[in-house]
Design a protein around this ligand. Structure first.
Ligand SMILES: Nc1ncnc2c1ncn2[C@@H]1O[C@H](COP(=O)(O)OP(=O)(O)OP(=O)(O)O)[C@@H](O)[C@H]1O
Length: 977
């Protein structure tokens, strides 16, 4: 059948029963796909339109009107709207003279504010959606005869899935073939052990857990390979059937969001109490003489509550987090949820892999150590050109050369990497450790040429647990060999002989010691070591083994057997691969060890120093040899030279207490398996640490999930780890993690700046009104205008400050550049409050300064009061006070930028802030000078003396805080001495 020959619209029959009891060919026919070629691109697109995206739940979109209604759903806003209605009613009752200015102005401000809220929410949502796109899951499929990677959301029924270790299964499918395919289905069935799959058709329908010829969306390939025809996508998958129970799209509120929410509610209650007190005090002290007085009191109280309760806080918080997350993504750290940003900022331990994260993963074999000596290979990178020397002299023919050829030849056959020259540069595909063998083999003349006659007929794949891999290769004459390579210490356990020249000798204890000593010496010099071993495998011979042959071949492989494909041995295309497993990796002949150099990334050392200065501990957790690991850790400054390293085997021998002590005191763990990572995370967390942990292999997923911040490698990582992680490193670079931590801290700092600022101005307003009402008599306010109620600020003025002039500087605080070096302090404790005692002190002092200065300016211009001599009416005096307060609120952000540093530090560094403050000043000048705005906001024209006094008084907000900070700095430094 031609690939994708079916017309779109002719959907696979949904009534096709259970594909697990149908032959794979039948399933392919039902889905009109050629299993060997997959769908054509056109057909796949057509089916995508027809079946919709392969997603568990269509993103819930809220219609605009619902969003608008939501903006007004706040009880306070409803109260304010009610007050507006009452004031209009009062205006009508009193004869509808003029216009109900206050009511109209308040209504306009509320609407404008709702629009602002909508815009902010949309922005945050947009940023979150962009993130989701960056971390979208991918799947490999066969399309038009080629294996391509597509977003998993674009899978369609009939697609041929190509599955390999570490893949996330993108859709439900019927297996076409499975090569020791093991799948973890815990997410679907709860079964904790991976299940081995088999393409053989089931004889009778079975429950999901037993449908061995099927794979299911949302499960993970832990081992092996396979292909499957997609039979269901999206909500029609088994996962879709239970998706109603799981709400994947619901993003949980982060601790910070929860805390800020709690803070908001607390402030809300306090402010409402204050507003009530203000209203009652006004009513008692000033007395109510008319309906207008009632309306004035009501509007003032409710406006005060609306202005001072930070109801927009959660939205602004998401915007600030989302912008930060976008900045991080630009620097290769892709965070999957907003909440991870804050966790990152408080990370106190980073557990990192070595290979590829701390090092360049640019593997070059520089030494080949065998029974007869050491060969040194020259050359750089993957260019397969370089000298082969012994003690500085060219490598001659002889036992050493034969042994070295065998090591590199066998190592490049037991190999899945590829090497090719593209446009003059040598490129590799696959694992760099393996590619290093292909490169090195080419540096010895003749080795690659002798490869042609070998065919790969089976394999036991590499895993980080086993730390070795083997292949079965058959020569043209039918004789078969097991070829193994892996960690020398592991491999030696499976060897009984050692290769010497063109024969072999029994491997005794002394021989083992010698080899381990050589490995140790290489490792101590930062070489990554890999051993190579082999054995003849008559059980896999093409021609049945004749008795007696075994003994006769004990010293092989001679001649052609050392041959290597320095080119591309590739996977066996054998129709029926040999059934090889770990039991075949026995009685091996140890051929030798290679020493591989994998240079550290240059940017890591400074990043390590930066992290240490920031109070963050770094722990290297690697599968590599302890001596290699310790040496590289020391080179990078992670530990002192000669510092200790513990191995997985040592950890296994420890009881819980010893394990805990080891994790507390040792920063290099080598030869560990993924299971150790999980235990290390647990111990660190029990110690109260916030742990970031990197991983790339499928078995790292549990540790990544369990860490506070699981970090997956974007380049070398598997889909499963990316799924389990909270952050994906697009460049696999350790330095990026440290950068991300810095960014996380900056974002957290900015949120604090923003909160500080918001609370400054809210506190300023609330205290101004509260103190103004309580001390009205002292300040000369109550005598100001006969009988009518006199308030220090009008309701509309309060809303103006809080909802108009303050908004832009507040947002600018959220994107403020780093003022204090965030990496110069220890990580924030996970239980630390966002607003601590010191911050509250700053808020209280600034709030008090603002209110006292405002009230004194009003007093100055009013007759009587504390400062006599004023001659102005209440309107002018209040306008001067109002202006003072606004200007203070526009200067306060500069205070808010740091706990200790002067407001003048980095004064001009935030252009958003400068623009916001500029805008605020212009708006304030307009509200005081433009007649229509004067009417709307009850302001009166000011002369130069008023402006001068207002501006001068406003700067007090800076000076007072400067003094307080200077004192705090002095106290801090004297405490340190
Ligand atoms: N492709 C391979 N074939 C055979 N053995 C390998 C292969 N890759 C690595 N090894 C051996 O297994 C050991 C562990 O490898 P693993 O990939 O688990 O960790 P690693 O790459 O050394 O370090 P890290 O955990 O820091 O990434 C290596 O030290 C090496 O001796």
């Amino acid at each position: 059948m031609p690939a994708g020959g079916a017309p779109p619209g002719a959907a696979p029959d949904p009534s096709v029963p259970d594909p697990s009891v149908l032959d794979a060919e039948e399933v392919a026919r039902a889905h009109r796909v050629d299993p060997a070629a997959g769908l054509s691109d056109a057909e796949a697109s057509a089916r995508l339109v027809e079946h919709g995206p392969n997603e568990l739940r269509a993103a819930r979109t809220h219609p605009l009107w619902k969003r608008i209604v939501a903006q007004f759903a706040d009880p306070l806003i409803i109260l304010l709207l009610a007050a507006v209605v009452i004031s209009i009613a009062a205006w009508i009752i009193e004869g509808a003279h003029g216009a109900p200015v206050d009511a109209i102005v308040i209504a306009v401000i509320i609407v404008a504010n709702a629009v602002l809220g909508l815009v902010q929410e949309a922005r945050a949502e947009h940023a979150v959606a962009a993130l989701a796109e960056m971390t979208e899951a991918r799947s490999q499929v066969l399309r038009a005869g080629r294996i391509v990677t597509v977003p998993a959301a674009e899978l369609v029924p009939g697609d041929v899935l190509v599955l390999a270790e570490g893949d996330q299964v993108g859709a439900d499918g019927r297996l076409l073939r499975a090569n020791s395919l093991h799948i973890a289905e815990a997410s679907l069935t709860g079964e904790s052990q991976p299940v081995e799959k088999d393409a053989a058709t089931l004889s009778a329908p079975a429950s999901i857990g037993d449908r061995n010829d099927m794979v299911f969306k949302g499960t993970a390939v832990t081992r092996g390979t396979g292909r499957a025809i997609v039979t269901a996508t999206g909500m029609r998958t088994e996962m879709g059937a239970i998706a109603t129970m799981l709400d994947e799209t619901e993003s949980e509120a982060s601790p910070l969001q929860t805390e800020v929410g709690r803070l908001g509610r607390m402030l809300g209650r306090v402010v409402i109490v204050i507003a009530l007190v203000v209203m009652v005090t006004l009513a008692l002290v000033e007395g109510i003489h008319s309906l207008a007085d009632v309306v004035t009191i009501l509007l003032l109280g409710v406006s005060l509550a609306v202005a001072a309760v930070p109801e927009g806080l959660p939205a602004v918080l998401s915007v600030v987090l989302a912008l930060g997350v976008q900045r991080m993504a630009k620097r290769n750290a892709v965070v999957k949820s907003l909440s991870s940003v804050e966790t990152l900022g408080s990370a106190s331990v980073i557990c990192t892999d070595k290979t590829g994260t701390l090092t360049q993963n640019q593997m070059t074999i520089e030494r080949v150590v065998t029974a007869s000596g050491t060969v040194e290979l020259g050359g750089v990178g993957y260019r397969p050109v370089g000298s082969a020397t012994v003690g500085g002299r060219p490598l001659e023919a002889g036992p050493l050369r034969e042994e070295a050829e065998l090591v590199l030849g066998a190592g490049s056959l037991a190999n899945d990497a590829q090497l090719a020259e593209v446009d003059g540069t040598w490129r590799i595909e696959g694992d760099p450790t393996e590619a290093a063998f292909l490169v090195a083999a080419r540096k010895l003349d003749g080795v690659p040429e002798r490869a042609a006659g070998f065919e790969r007929t089976g394999e036991v794949p590499f895993s980080s647990e086993r730390k070795m891999m083997s292949t079965v290769h058959r020569r043209g004459d039918g004789t078969a060999y097991v070829l193994s390579k892996g960690a020398p210490d592991v491999l030696l356990g499976r060897c009984t002989r050692v290769r010497v020249g063109d024969g072999s000798a029994v491997l005794d204890d002394a021989g083992r010691e010698r080899i381990l000593g050589e490995v140790e010496a290489l490792s101590a010099n930062a070489f990554r070591t890999l051993g190579v071993a082999y054995r003849e495998a008559p059980e896999f011979d093409a021609v049945p083994a004749v008795s007696g042959v075994d003994a006769g071949r004990a010293a092989a492989p001679e001649d052609g057997a050392t041959a290597s494909a320095a080119g591309q041995p590739g996977r066996a295309a054998a129709s029926a691969p040999d059934d090889v497993d770990e039991t075949h990796e026995r009685d091996l002949v140890f051929a030798g060890v290679v020493g591989i150099i994998d240079p550290p990334r240059p940017e890591v050392r400074p990043a390590v120093a930066e992290a240490h200065a920031a109070g963050i501990r770094i722990i290297m957790i690697t599968g590599d040899h302890p001596a290699t690991a310790a040496r590289i850790a020391a080179d990078l400054g992670i530990i002192e030279p000669g510092g200790p390293a513990r191995t997985g085997a040592e950890l296994d021998a420890m009881d819980d207490r010893e394990f805990r002590d080891a994790v507390r005191n040792v920063s290099v763990f080598a030869r560990v398996s993924p299971a150790h990572k999980l235990r290390i995370v647990d111990v660190l967390q029990a110690d109260g640490q916030v742990v970031a942990m990197t991983g790339d292999g499928v078995n790292d997923a549990p540790a990544l999930k369990s860490a506070d911040i699981g970090i997956a490698m974007g380049i070398t990582g598997t889909e499963v780890t990316k799924e389990a992680a909270r952050m994906v490193l697009a460049d696999d670079d350790f330095a990026t993690i440290v950068e991300a931590v810095r960014e996380g801290r900056v974002i957290f700092d900015n949120i604090r700046k923003f909160l500080r600022y918001l609370l400054y101005s809210n506190m300023g307003e609330v205290l101004t009104v509260f103190l103004g009402v309580v001390f009205a008599g002292v300040l000369g306010l109550s005598q100001a205008s006969g009988d009518a109620i006199v308030v220090p600020l009008l309701a509309t003025q309060i809303l103006w400050i809080n909802l108009v002039t303050d908004s832009a500087p507040a947002l600018a605080m959220g994107v403020d550049p780093e003022i204090d070096d965030v990496m110069a302090r220890p990580p924030r404790g996970i239980h630390d409050r966002v607003i601590d005692g010191r911050m509250w002190a700053g808020i209280a002092s600034t709030g008090l300064t603002m209110s006292i200065a405002t009230l004194l300016v009003i007093d100055v211009f009013l007759p009587g009061g504390l400062i006599p001599g004023g001659t102005d009416g209440i309107d002018v005096a209040r306008t001067a006070g109002f202006t003072t307060l606004v200007f203070m609120a526009l200067l306060a952000p500069f205070n808010a930028r740091s706990e200790y540093s002067s407001a003048f530090r980095g004064l001009l560094s935030n252009r958003w802030l400068l623009a916001a403050v500029g805008l605020g000043i212009v708006l304030q000048v307009l509200v005081v000078t433009l007649p229509p705005l004067q009417t709307a906001f009850g302001t009166a024209p000011l002369d130069w003396a008023h402006w001068l006094v207002a501006i001068t008084a406003a700067t007090l907000v800076i000076w007072v805080e400067e003094l307080r900070k200077a004192w705090m700095r002095w106290r801090r430094s004297s405490r340190r001495k």
